[in-house]
Design a protein around this ligand. Structure first.
Ligand code: GLA
Length: 345
């Protein structure tokens, strides 16, 4: 294979998995994700429009540099691209090819990685926070679901070898080293989409809780427990306790107390199941089975819920199924030859 410079560049964005802290980001709370070693890449060169093909999709995307309504774009995967184009209104386009090693629709943020990669390929300039905010707006516009900032922020701000203690209110990231003697394993359980799911209801229920007791981020569990409406009360109790669990989990990792970390993961899952009601019987059964496996410290559903993935913290080699993932740096642009060299291609 020729190694001569091609003039192409590659925008590369990793997937993410959240270790603990779910459904806390859209009330400015704490989450604990990591960017993982699966990537979406766009190999591109400048062009007048935005023209992308994908190794995983039959139909290409072709868009002008101004898009008003990303939700009307076809094919469907083009909506993620269109959301970014509509937010950026770029001064030039790109022609390129998308490939990914992130399982599509598998709960590891393949669509968010695409959005971040598109923004970089279109020449985004700014901070990690600005990149995360732009691609979150793009996602909200193209999907119509008011998702939080965790996914895009972890993809943009990943740190190799570290999980990210992320404050979604202050928009800060504190990298916490992952212990060498533990593995993070992700298992895909069931396909899901947040469009049309109860995700939006949960966002509204949290807003209702905040109307009664103020910001959930600073609320106490006693305040959450004082909410009149029983459903809103349960949602608030989850969020308040989950924020604390993120802090406790980060402390447990720092102390090398993996058993405590595992227990916190299970407590988080049970709370998502019982109080937040975003799990499913199939996910519950998967978590239960994992937790009964020797060498597994803990497991939980991860991400938006209603399907998707479970994540487990294990002794090395404890599980033979699933994807062992490693924490990597956030999204970046690489020159074509540099990328090939790094991968020994
Ligand atoms: C989805 C959203 C995130 C976050 C999680 C739940 O992944 O995109 O913003 O709310 O659900 O923690």
């Amino acid at each position: 294979m020729s190694t001569a410079p091609t003039g192409h560049r590659i925008a590369r964005a990793p997937g993410r998995v959240n270790l603990i802290g779910d459904h806390t980001d859209y009330t400015g709370g704490l989450v604990f994700p990591m960017a993982v070693d699966r990537w979406t890449e766009i190999r591109f060169q400048p062009a007048e429009r935005v023209e992308l093909t994908s190794a995983d999709e039959p139909d290409p995307v072709s868009l002008p540099l101004r898009v008003d309504d990303p939700t009307s774009v076809s094919p469907h995967w083009g909506r993620y691209v269109a959301g970014v184009v509509s937010e950026m209104a770029p001064s030039h386009g790109i022609r390129g090819q998308v490939t990914t090693t992130i399982p599509i629709g598998g709960g590891m943020s393949s669509s968010h990685a695409l959005e971040v990669a598109v923004a970089l390929a279109l020449g985004f300039e700014g901070t990690v926070v600005e990149l995360a905010q732009l691609t979150q707006r793009a996602e909200n516009r193209s999907s119509g679901v008011p998702t939080g900032i965790m996914d895009q922020f972890s993809i943009a701000g990943g740190v190799a070898g570290h999980a990210l203690l992320m404050d979604c209110g202050a928009l800060t990231i504190e990298p916490v080293p992952l212990p060498d003697d533990a593995e993070v394993v992700v298992m895909f359980i069931a396909h899901r989409t947040l469009v049309g799911s109860a995700y939006t209801d949960r966002v509204h229920e949290c807003a209702a809780a905040e109307q009664q007791i103020g910001p959930l981020r600073s609320a106490s569990s006693a305040e959450a427990a004082s909410i009149d409406d029983p459903v809103v009360r349960k949602r608030a109790m989850h969020v308040v306790a989950e924020n604390q669990r993120v802090l406790d989990f980060a402390a447990a990792l720092r102390n090398g107390d993996l058993s405590a970390a595992g227990h916190l993961m299970v407590a988080s899952h049970n709370s998502l199941r019982d109080l937040y009601e975003t799990s499913t019987p199939v996910m519950d059964a998967a978590v239960q089975q994992l937790c009964a496996t020797p060498g597994v410290w803990g497991a939980r559903m991860t991400g938006g819920g209603f399907g998707g993935c479970v994540v487990a913290l294990t002794q090395p080699g404890a599980l033979t199924d699933g994807w062992v993932v490693h924490a990597v740096d956030g999204a970046t642009i690489v020159e074509d030859d540099e990328a090939r060299e790094a991968e020994g291609r």
